[in-house]
Design a protein around this ligand. Structure first.
Ligand code: UT7
Length: 348
């Protein structure tokens, strides 16, 4: 890595997503669970999700007795590899340009080694790599970590949020099975001349709340839904306010709000309390469900690709999750920081 330098800015110069092809609708779920499309839409805003594992994975089996993984169909690593490769292409960078890979996931493929090792090798990277598990706040934790590494000397960091929650969901439990999905989103965070795009951030955890959302090794997700809901709204609001305060901006300055995609009612409540018009929120969960650390990069990619941000706009990202963790960041968007200036620095 290059030596430390003062005032090293950072920008997101490439972004991409990966979703498994299998779509599971609420109707599909209500065929074998005691649930309905109207309950799921009214209480969560979710209409469909993408999955790799579970009763709808593409293989012949009885949905409720099937347990083993569908080999070759996909993993947390394969989704991360697809999103990571596309993000590198979008940034016009090669594997040799990346100094660090941060894989944010709460569903690693193995206990050992870290899934980031598999992704690093498949992408042909020759850099440091580690997994980061801060649950649904993981991607924003990763973004803040990436910007800190850049301040400390790294030139380019690949941050990926990738999850296969369908592997740890109990498909017979209607209270959780309807909520989660699989996917990956990736960004390249790059050293740029001038100020950092990360204007303010807030990360935290209240470890006393770990019993309200957890999965043991070999077990399935257990959640006290109502309590998580209540805490989630509070964490999103307070953490977003802290990040905005440190960035010295107000909700009026935020062009795009990218909240964790868990429940549309949580997003609406957070927007109302933050006084950010709901029209400024990025919402993708109707088509993906809750994809934990992939949810913010997925919604960010979709909003950016839809032209919802212009260079100079401020984006507020805010996640919360098992732990309970939270993380928020105010980010000034600048997709092509090298257009008016000299060449990018060589990789270090
Ligand atoms: O990434 C972070 C992770 N998680 C979250 O952010 C989730 C936070 N929590 C939530 O989003 C909501 O609490 C849920 C969507 C999980 C549940 O919504 P709720 O409005 O809190 O419903 P509830 O748990 O109070 O359940 C209401 C009723 C219950 O029936 P009774 O006791 O009133 O007869 C449940 O058994 O709805 C029932 N129910 C369902 N009914 C149909 C629970 N799940 C379902 C279902 N379909 N899938």
């Amino acid at each position: 890595m290059a030596p430390m330098a003062p005032n090293r800015g950072s920008a997101i110069t490439g972004w991409a997503m990966a979703l498994p092809p299998t779509i599971v609708t609420n109707e599909d779920l209500s065929r074998y669970l005691d649930t309905s499309d109207s309950w799921i839409v009214d209480r969560t805003g979710i209409r469909e999700r993408r999955v790799i594992y579970g009763p709808f994975a593409p293989r012949p089996a009885d949905p409720l007795t099937w347990t083993s993984p569908p080999m070759g169909i996909g993993t947390t690593a394969s989704l991360a590899i697809e999103a990571g490769r596309k993000a590198l292409d979008a940034a016009h960078l090669g594997a040799e340009d990346i100094d660090l890979l941060i894989l944010c996931t709460t569903t690693p493929d193995q206990a050992v080694p870290a899934t980031s090792s598999v992704v690093q090798s498949a992408l042909g990277l020759h850099c440091a790599a580690f997994d980061l598990n801060a649950a649904c706040a993981g991607f924003v934790y990763g973004l803040v970590t990436a910007a800190s590494f850049i301040t400390g000397g790294a030139h380019r960091v690949l941050v990926i949020g990738s999850e296969t929650l369908s592997r740890i969901v109990d498909w017979t439990d209607r209270e959780t099975a309807v909520l989660f999905g699989d996917g990956a989103g990736a960004v390249v965070v790059e050293e740029v001349p001038g100020d950092s795009s990360l204007l303010g951030w807030d990360v935290g955890v209240d470890g006393q709340l770990q019993p309200i959302l957890y999965a043991d090794h070999g077990g399935s997700l257990q959640m006290v839904g109502k309590e998580v809901f209540r805490r989630a709204v509070r964490a999103t609001v307070e953490s977003s306010q802290a990040a905005m305060e440190r960035a010295k901006v107000t909700p009026d300055d935020i062009a795009l709000f990218v909240p964790h995609q868990a429940n549309s009612r949580i997003i609406e409540a957070a927007c109302a309390r933050l006084e950010i018009p709901i029209e400024r929120a990025a919402v993708m969960l109707d088509r993906t469900g809750n994809t934990s650390s992939a949810s913010i990069p997925l919604a960010l990619c979709e909003a950016v690709d839809a032209g919802r941000v212009a260079d100079g706009d401020l984006i507020l990202m805010s996640g919360f999750g098992a732990g309970m963790t939270w993380a928020s960041a105010v980010w000034r968007w600048c997709s092509d920081p090298f257009q008016d200036c000299a060449e990018r620095p060589a990789s270090g």
